[in-house]
Design a protein around this ligand. Structure first.
Ligand code: SF4
Length: 415
């Protein structure tokens, strides 16, 4: 979307033909902000809207915190480096005045339940057509495929992203459980991602029950600025648990923040759905990435479960994604399930994460997410007790009518 124009001291970085950025093929991932050598690019902020909601006594302000945020905040404050500081983020948000704080890992598990089931349902057609199902939880990738390869848009999973599933469930099931009208709930996402800001604005995610599923998105960098604005001294932060009923998240949900994580989590649950028993938790670790450059950004693996063969690829970086789709379209590669993350390294390296000059931290942050997975007592999304309860008392089962209504979308309807 951006390139150099003019020469010598006149040289500037702009979209071609001096177009506005919104008129280009920009996918809103925010990587330009991360790599701009002069710091000249800034991202639209939504902190003011959140402060206004927090100041309104009639509004219940509810936050969700994405998996990759917890491994980036500590670096910034010299809190335990490379560790999750989720408890301290929860404490900071409560001190700012948030009423409830939840972990997006819960809705990542929900996404896996739907997406893993969808993969199995679509598998016969996938085998017949020779074309894969693509993950759809990265809005940068979704915009890219719809604008650059519209013929492939129908291959996207219809499952909403964890951010959107959280908002939809919050404003229906949990609003009812908490006894609060959905119009009085203001949902804020704390994300490593800039593209989530435009995802939340999409008409696709405007439910009839209470406006947008998500009301505001702030990035990890905005979170840090809000903590500073609230005069919270980081050393005074204490560990605090996220709130119930969406408290539980599994190791499978946590790895959503690293490239290959969505695929690995979905395969764990798809295996269970096929066999009725769990695989070893690390059975699908071959999809984990070893790096994110043009030689390492695509991780291919083939798995055999009884007589079912699943050919997979996990890709990060849109240059790598473009090359992969070109190969698929030329008939040079065949997959059943492909994960794509727009940012190199996935959300751990997202455009909204803190920037450390000359340091690439996506790999380190991703590795910590895999460690958190290994340490988690529950490593399968289908074993998340809060998710099981949600299906028991509200959604019935994955891909049910209610699940389709709230948790799926139609990607053929616009970019
Ligand atoms: Fe956002 Fe993650 Fe996609 Fe980057 S990889 S655009 S952070 S969802």
């Amino acid at each position: 979307a951006l390139n150099f124009a003019y020469r010598g001291t006149e040289a500037i970085v702009i979209p071609a033909f001096n177009k506005k950025i919104a008129e280009t093929q920009c996918v809103n991932c925010g990587q330009c902000r991360v790599y701009c050598p002069t710091g000249a690019i800034s991202i639209k902020t939504h902190m003011d809207e959140v402060w206004e909601a927090l100041a309104d006594p009639d509004v219940r302000v509810v936050a969700q915190i994405a998996p990759a945020v917890r491994v980036a905040v500590g670096d910034h404050y010299s809190l335990p480096k490379g560790r999750s500081v989720m408890g301290k983020i929860v404490n900071a948000l409560h001190r700012m005045g948030f009423d409830e704080i939840y972990d997006t890992t819960f809705s990542a598990d929900l996404t896996i339940m739907e997406e893993g089931s969808e993969l199995l349902e679509r598998l016969p057609e996938i085998k017949e057509s020779g074309l894969p199902m693509f993950t759809s939880c990265c809005p940068g990738w979704v915009k890219f495929v719809k604008s650059e390869f519209p013929e492939m848009a129908g291959r996207l999973s219809t499952a909403k992203s964890p951010q959107q599933m959280f908002g939809a469930v919050m404003k229906t099931y949990f609003a009812e459980k908490l006894g609060v009208s959905p119009e009085k709930i203001y949902t804020v996402s704390v994300m490593p991602c800039v593209a989530k800001k435009s995802e939340r604005e999409m008409d696709l995610y405007y439910g009839e029950y209470a406006g947008h599923d998500v009301d505001a998105v702030v990035t990890t960098r905005e979170l840090l600025r809000m903590i500073r604005a609230a005069h919270i001294e980081p050393s005074t932060l204490v560990d605090q648990e996220s709130d119930r009923p969406m408290q539980e998240g599994t190791g499978a949900g946590v790895i959503f923040g690293a490239t290959g994580g969505v695929m690995e989590a979905a395969l764990r649950t798809a295996y269970y759905l096929l066999k009725g028993e769990n695989p070893p938790a690390d059975a699908f670790q071959a999809v984990r990435s070893t790096g994110f450059n043009e030689h390492q950004g695509v991780q291919e693996a083939v798995f055999q479960v009884d007589d079912v063969t699943v050919r997979t690829a996990a890709v990060s970086g849109l240059g790598n994604a473009r090359a992969l789709i070109d190969k698929i379209e030329r008939g040079e590669a065949q997959y059943d399930f492909v994960e794509v993350m727009a940012c190199p390294g996935g959300c751990a390296g997202g455009g909204g994460q803190p920037i450390h000059d000359n340091l690439e931290l996506a790999k380190e942050r991703g590795d910590v997410l895999y460690e958190l997975d290994a340490e988690n007592e529950i490593r399968f999304s289908h074993e998340n007790p809060a998710v099981q309860e949600l299906y028991r008392s509200f959604l019935e089962k994955p891909l049910s009518h209610k699940s389709h209504e709230l948790l799926h979308t139609d990607h053929s309807l616009g970019i």
